[in-house]
Design a protein around this ligand. Structure first.
Ligand SMILES: Nc1ncnc2c1ncn2[C@@H]1O[C@H](COP(=O)(O)OP(=O)(O)OP(=O)(O)O)[C@@H](O)[C@H]1O
Ligand SMILES: [Mg+2]
Length: 381
C-alpha cells in the first residue's frame, strides 16, 4: 500500500473552441494513479474566449463569452489557429484595444485559469503541468504555446518553468486508451481535423508514425449554418446583420451564431432545431425564428466527412505493416453516427469499445496528466 501523496499533475488541452483540464493524483486507498476533469466556473469545459475589459479586468472562459455578446471588440475567439501559425517571430497582435493583446496572452489567460481553478480546490500547486498540442504543430507553434504556459505559471507563486511539459494530443489520447501497437487518432475539433498514427510503445510514451491535417472543423460548420439561417431569415434582418456594421447588428450576429453552435447538438440528436432571431429595430421590430433540419446539417457535414475519410486513406497509405486500430474523438465526433460512418467508410474498426472516457472531451488531457504522474513516479506501476 502506498501512502497518500500530496503531489498531483495537471494537463491543459487549449482547443480552438473549448479549453479543458484534467488532473492526476494517487488514490490513497489503493495507490493507483487516478484522473479527473478540472471544474471551471462550475463546468468541466470552458469556452476558449478571453476578454480584456477597458477597466483593466481580464476575463477568461464563460464570463468572457457572455460579456462578448455585448461588445464587438471583446471576446477573442479562435486564438489557437494564430498560435499554430507562429513562425518564431514576436507573438501575433490580435487586438490593440483596450490594450495590446497577443495570441500568447490569450492562451496564457486560459491556461492560468485552469491551473488556478484546480490549485484553489486543492490548496496545493501541481508538481507538473502538461500542455497539449496537435502532432502537426511546428517547433515555433509549440514554443508559442510553451511561452503561454510559462507566463501562466510565473503568475502563480512557487511554480517554475521546469514544471512545464508539452505533449502532442494523439499520444496523450493513446495513453489514456492504453494498449499496444499502432493507433490512428482522428480528432474532429473546432478548427480542423487532426489525423495521427501513434506507435504505442511499451515504454508508455510512444511515437508519431504519421500525421496530417484536414480542413474540417466545428467553427466552419457553425459559420456555414449561421449563414444558412441568414439566407432563410426575412431580408431586412439578414441585410442589417450582414451589412449594417452597427453595434446592434453585431450583437444580433453574435447571438445568432451562439444559438447555432448550441442548437447544433439538439439538431444532431433530434433532427431539427428552431434558431431564434432577435428583434433588430426599426426594420425588424419583433423576434423571429428559422428552422434547421437534419437534411441541412447532413448536406454540410457529408462533404467534410468524405474529406476526412480520404485523409485517413492518405495518411495510412504512407505506412507499411498491419492496419492500425482507430480512435475517433473531438466535439463533432459526438454527433450521432459520425464515428460509425467513418469506421464503415474506411474499414477501420473503432478502438475505444466500452471506454467512453477515452473519447470524452478530457481523454487526451487525462492521458497527459497520467503520463506526467508516471514520469514523476507517483502511484503504483
Ligand atoms: N455533443 C455535441 N454534438 C455536436 N457538436 C458538438 C458536441 N459537443 C461539441 N460539439 C462541437 O464540437 C466543436 C468543438 O470540438 P472540440 O471541443 O473537440 O474542439 P477544440 O478542441 O476546441 O478545437 P481544436 O482541437 O480544433 O483546436 C464545436 O463546434 C462544438 O459545438
Ligand atoms: Mg481539440
Amino acid at each position: 500500500m502506498t501512502g497518500p501523496d500530496a503531489r498531483w499533475t495537471l494537463a491543459v488541452d487549449h482547443g480552438t473552441t473549448t479549453t479543458v483540464g484534467a488532473w492526476a493524483d494517487v488514490d490513497p486507498r489503493d495507490g493507483w494513479v487516478r484522473v479527473g476533469p478540472v471544474g471551471i466556473d462550475g463546468s468541466p469545459t470552458m469556452p476558449s474566449a478571453v476578454l480584456s475589459r477597458p477597466d483593466g479586468a481580464v476575463l477568461a472562459g464563460r464570463p468572457a463569452l457572455e460579456a462578448g455578446a455585448l461588445d464587438p471588440a471583446a471576446a477573442l475567439l479562435r486564438t489557437r489557429p494564430h498560435l499554430a501559425a507562429s513562425t518564431g517571430g514576436p507573438p501575433e497582435l490580435l487586438t490593440q484595444y483596450p490594450r495590446p493583446t497577443t495570441a500568447v496572452d490569450v492562451a496564457t489567460a486560459l491556461v492560468a485559469k485552469v491551473v488556478r481553478s484546480e490549485a484553489a480546490r486543492r490548496g496545493t500547486l501541481p508538481s507538473a503541468v502538461v500542455l497539449l498540442h496537435p502532432a502537426s504543430w511546428s517547433t515555433a507553434a509549440c514554443e508559442a504555446l510553451r511561452a503561454a504556459g510559462a507566463a501562466a505559471l510565473s503568475a502563480i507563486p512557487y511554480t517554475s518553468p521546469d514544471q512545464l511539459q508539452l505533449l502532442d494530443s494523439p499520444r496523450a489520447a493513446a495513453h489514456r486508451l492504453g494498449g499496444q501497437g499502432r493507433l490512428l487518432v482522428v480528432d474532429i475539433g473546432g478548427a480542423a481535423t487532426e489525423l495521427a498514427v501513434v506507435d504505442r510503445g511499451s515504454d508508455h510514451t510512444g511515437s508519431i508514425a504519421a500525421a496530417r491535417t484536414v480542413n474540417v472543423g466545428g467553427e466552419v460548420l457553425d459559420d456555414a449554418l449561421a449563414q444558412l439561417v441568414l439566407d432563410r431569415a426575412p431580408q431586412p434582418f439578414s441585410a442589417r446583420v450582414r451589412f449594417g456594421g452597427d453595434l446592434e447588428a453585431y450583437r444580433a450576429w453574435f447571438r445568432l451564431r451562439t444559438g447555432v453552435r448550441e442548437g447544433k447538438e439538439t439538431l444532431a440528436a433530434s433532427g431539427s432545431v428552431a434558431i431564434a432571431l432577435p428583434a433588430l429595430p426599426p426594420d425588424s421590430p419583433v423576434p423571429g425564428v428559422v428552422q434547421l433540419t437534419h437534411a441541412d446539417l447532413g448536406a454540410m457535414l457529408a462533404p467534410g466527412l468524405e474529406e476526412i475519410a480520404q485523409g485517413i486513406g492518405a495518411v495510412v497509405d504512407t505506412l507499411t505493416g498491419p492496419r492500425p486500430a482507430m480512435l475517433v474523438r473531438g466535439g463533432l465526433a459526438e454527433m450521432p453516427r459520425v464515428r460509425e460512418w467513418i469506421a464503415e467508410r474506411t474499414g477501420f474498426g473503432l478502438a475505444h469499445g466500452g471506454d467512453p472516457g477515452a473519447v470524452s472531451a478530457f481523454g487526451p488531457a487525462s492521458g497527459a496528466a497520467a503520463w506526467a504522474a508516471e514520469r514523476l513516479g507517483l502511484g503504483r506501476h
